[in-house]
Design a binder for this molecule. Structure first.
Ligand SMILES: *[C@@H]1O[C@H](CO)[C@@H](O)[C@H](O)[C@H]1NC(C)=O
Ligand SMILES: *[C@@H]1O[C@H](CO)[C@@H](O)[C@H](O)[C@H]1NC(C)=O
Ligand SMILES: *[C@@H]1O[C@H](CO)[C@@H](O)[C@H](O)[C@H]1NC(C)=O
Length: 445
């Protein structure tokens, strides 16, 4: 198992050395922030719905909350505008114009506001004749629009691909990336190019995509439902051999926004989305009303330990390593390393719908965790520290229906440290009868 992983990582590194991924210095870990689309869509009715329409107010309010309620401190950094910010026509100089009533002070002023909060500002456009919602696209204006965005101090551009010919995207995205670079302003380039080519029955040229984009969408837009989240999880699992090697610092697969805190996911399902997105090294772009999010959902989005998995500096995207009868195990190699052994995040997902938790019991070795120095294992949602476990240890977890248990296993550096750590912090005991590890009771030594 370890050999297989090492080989995979080596292949990924070699592969990317040949194609030279985009190096604009940005997105060395997956970008984090807030994006309007999934939750606020194309609501342009500021007369009747002033608090929820796509307007500078909405983005200023979200920027305020991201800072005031602790999201920024955890890494959520980008405040990203999606579709429906434009006037329907360019001006007489051919320039894009923000909607004059909803963005009365213009995009530079909004960028300035976001920057004044210590955050970064993202914007949306479309490579084709129109954006998906029918506003002007950038085709024919690639250089002019790149320069306009730079002049507004934009930090992140999501370029969609409605109303465009999929065969023209290889050249078109490359050209726009070139013009972005020429502005001299570092801007994250988020591409939608592969998904539109896949829809058209084409095979995306990932070696080219990795050279041009900081992140890219491979699959459908996320919708506010568990069915949608499941379909995305399945897509990334079923296509992982083609997808996983393309991810790394500066270039990421994007399974789309976090919908945690909205209407469609239960608490368990929300935990699952956060855990799997972290395993996938996904951008963490919240799309939720931060004014009204319930505390338990906010806590999921603010789970430091899971964010740390997502943001691991190695930037190796994880994989589905087991799938049987509705139980899945996903795993992602992480820092720290000891000798040739990685640390890991391991997520157990229960896709079954019978309404009782499922037990999963597995040794660390079976998960590919074979370091003889052992691993310190902890649960990332529950406050359970399993202490130091050897590869032979069988670990047993209970996974709720449509829920997740996510563990982190940090490889231990050496035997001496292991022993001292073991004696002071061990909170679990081995149960010889059931051959499993379980949490130690308070009165048990
Ligand atoms: C975009 O507009 C041009 C000019 O009218 C047209 O030739 C092209 O086919 C259009 N593209 C799409 C995808 O409709
Ligand atoms: C432009 O591309 C060069 C070469 O990859 C890179 O070193 C530089 O950082 C890029 N600049 C911007 C502003 O993206
Ligand atoms: C993919 O893109 C690369 C780099 O742009 C190019 O050299 C290669 O020929 C392309 N591959 C295919 C199959 O088109």
């Amino acid at each position: 198992m370890l050999k297989k992983w090492t080989l995979l990582v080596l292949t990924a590194i070699l592969h990317l050395h040949c194609v030279r991924p985009l190096d604009n210095g940005l997105g060395r870990t997956p970008p984090m922030g807030w994006l309007s689309w999934e939750r606020f869509r194309c609501n342009t009715d500021c007369k009747n719905d002033p608090d929820n329409c796509i307007s500078e107010n909405l983005f200023r309010t979200m920027a305020d909350i991201v800072v005031n309620e602790g999201y920024a401190n955890l890494g959520y950094e980008y405040i990203n505008v999606d579709d429906c910010w434009l006037e329907k026509e360019r001006n007489t100089y051919g320039e894009l114009v923000p909607d004059r009533t909803r963005f009365p002070r213009g995009m530079k002023a909004l960028a300035d506001y976001v920057h004044s909060k210590g955050l970064k500002f993202g914007i949306y456009e479309d490579f084709g004749n129109y954006t998906c919602a029918g506003y002007p696209g950038i085709i024919g204006y690639l250089q002019q629009d790149a320069e306009l965005f730079a002049s507004w101090d934009v930090d992140y551009i999501k370029l969609d691909s409605c109303y465009a010919h999929p065969v023209e995207m290889d050249q078109g995205y490359a050209d726009f990336g070139y013009y972005l670079n020429r502005t001299g302003r570092p801007m994250i380039f988020a591409c939608s190019w592969p998904v539109y080519q896949i829809y058209a029955g084409m095979q995306p040229n990932y070696s080219s995509i990795v050279r041009i984009c900081n992140l890219w969408r491979n699959f459908d837009d996320i919708q506010d439902s568990w069915a949608s989240v499941e379909s995305i999880i399945d897509y990334y699992g079923n296509n992982q051999d083609a997808i996983v090697p393309n991810a790394g610092p500066g270039h990421w697969n994007d399974p789309d926004m976090l919908i945690i805190g909205n209407f469609g996911l239960s608490y368990e399902q929300s935990k699952t989305q956060m855990a799997i997105w972290a395993i996938l090294a996904a951008p963490l772009l919240m799309s939720v009303d931060l004014r009204t999010i319930r505390p338990e959902y906010k806590a999921i989005l603010q789970n430091k330990k899971i964010i740390a998995v997502d943001q691991d500096p190695l930037g190796i995207q994880g994989r589905r390593i087991y799938k049987h009868k509705g139980i899945e195990i996903w795993s992602r190699p992480l820092t720290p390393l000891f000798q040739n052994y990685f640390s890991y995040a391991v997520a157990f997902v229960n896709r079954r719908t019978d309404g009782t938790p499922s037990d999963v019991a597995v040794t660390l070795k079976e998960l590919g965790l074979t370091s003889p120095t052992g691993y310190r294992v902890e649960d990332l949602y529950e406050d359970v520290d399993y202490g130091i476990l050897s590869p032979q240890t069988k670990i047993k977890v209970k996974v709720n229906p449509s829920g997740v248990v996510i563990l982190r296993a940090d490889v231990q550096p050496d035997f001496d440290r292991r022993l001292s750590y073991y004696s002071t912090t061990q909170k679990t005991v081995f149960d010889p009868l059931n051959q499993i590890f379980r949490v130690r009771n308070n009165n048990e030594f």
